[in-house]
Design a binder for this molecule. Sequence first.
Ligand code: MN
Length: 710
Amino acid sequence: MIELLTRLENTYNGKDYALLKRAYEYARRAHANQKRASGEEYFIHPCTVASILTDLGLDAATVAAAFLHDVIEDTAVSEGDIRKEFGEEVLELVVGVTKLDKIQFHSKEEEQAENFRKIFVAMAKDIRVIIIKLADRLHNMRSLNFLSKERQQRMARETLEIFAPLAHRLGISQIKCELEDLCLKYLEPDFYEYLSTSIEESLKANVEMVDQVVLEVKDILSESKISGDVFGRRKHLYSIYRKMKERNKTLDQIYDLVAIRIIVNTVDECYEVFGKIHHRWKPVPGRIKDYIATPKPNMYRSLHTTVATNFGKVFEIQIRTYEMNHAAEYGIAAHWKYKEKKNIADDLDTRLTWIREVMEWQGGLKDSKEFLNSLKGDIYSSEVLVFTPKGDVISLPKDATPLDFAYSIHSAVGNKCVGAKVNGKMVPLNTVLSVGDVVDIVTSQSSKGPSWDWLKIVKSSSARVKIKQFFKREMKEENVRTGKVMLDAEIKRRGYSMSELLTEDAFMAISAKMSFNGQDEMFASVGYGAVSVNQVVVKLIDYHRKSQPQQEVTKFFKTGKKGDGSVKVKGMAGLLVRFAGCCNPVPGDEIVGFISRGHGVTVHRKDCPNLKHTEDDRIIEVSWAETADSVYNAGIKVTGNTQTEVLTTVASVVAQLKLDIVSTNGRIDPKTNQAIVDFHIRLNGKDELNNLIKKLSQEPKIIDVFRTAN
Ligand code: MN
């Protein structure tokens, strides 16, 4: 590890080196006594990661963070400790890597892998966090042989699906190629073995030829007075493997097992050498590629051609500048080597601008758009990607809550939801989720289901629909029952009965306005509070009034009798007066007049329930005449032990008072088993009525007596 310190000292300035040396010592103390699966000192791991990043040319803060990247997770060191020792920038990088470590990836279909990559990029607030993570993964892949076969496979698949594509997208081909080859080694060990031995053999067999071609190219360069480097380079195994698989070819059919790479100083020199190579050897048609004019999406630039040499052997030749070569190897990391270091702000916009600049500088703005969009789109879009405890990715609308998550899993999970954990901690159900959160829903079978407040909490329309469905469907019976009781109570409170108001016609009329699909739905809506009970009752009464006045009048006439001058109507002499059959007023009762259409005035008792909801302008004041000698019918209700006792007692009292019984109607009260008999008595006024009631109430066989409403 001493070599590493020397290398750091040679690479970074004094101040940076001091920081790195402190980080080195700090990590060594923190990881003391920890071992890796290989049995080595754990400290080897952060050192190797730091070393890889130094090779890539990353800045000192990144390399310092590499030394420290595992201390928060694996040792007693806290975030506060790192901040105190190394400042905010290093802390942010370490925390970023720690956060990414917690994500559990699963081998899934391509779409899932793409989601994971998105989350990765979105969660890493700083692109350097991803680069550290890539270096970390590279070293872990290098030491994979110490793990169980199962873990090897899982890690290799994950690397192939997530990390290698990320390295590729960031243009860091050095890491990408090594990762892919390592994956191949663990995923297809036999094929890997076959490829590496046969390529090794083919290289050995062709080594003279390769040397010969390299020599000839060097001659071409010196003839043209161009300085540069020329060397033979084995293509990486995974790319050969993929070519064979995808194009269904044998190893012999692959030309470019070895490529000759020519590195020069300027773009002009690239094209000049390119022309001279084609002058010297015949190019294979269809194999000439100008990635300088048209860079690859990840900014790769180079000229490629395949030529047939005089030995009849076919070689791929790559021509590029030193700058292009560095960019191809290090991708986005090359920024630190070739450009003056900038302030790398945490601010997202600045970060994106910075990436854009790097892309532009590498010459491929057009093709980098896709990359930028996937980066930017994900962070700014209306989507937030979160994880299930099993590691599946769920896409939710922006500002979504655990309830949206629960309903996106299944409506049953939502309906039984009683709590939620985000990243292992219990949180309120209205917590806004952020990208990468692991969400765990706590359900309970005894949960009664969603509450109405949830509709204010959820952000996704699908969750909203599911909650409403629950109220509509699952709670229906209970809601219908509750709603019916509520409606009945309110209707009675207003002096009506349900059967009177809720006729088929009345229901049709109000459901046209409130669109109920059947009476049960109306009850249910009242029951769960979607519609207030008053809304419904007011509409029912309204309908009742509009449709009923004629009937009311008829009803009054049916049992009423013509007035005979015993009632005076204030200020309207000679008006036709009838007594209402519904309440049978007698002289002495407080009375009012009701102006019926075309039938004069009907006289009611002032407390007649039928008048409660009539329009005030149809009520007029009336009073009894001074001398009232007409006869009237009054209703009384008498309770006794048996009907016979009641009838004989009432008959004898009525006879004593010289009154007449007009009608009787008796029944047994099932609750008390007492006899209740209604009488209509013909009498001359209130005094006689009061006297009758008084006499009856004094009779020992009469339990109760009172005047009825009619
Ligand atoms: Mn690590």
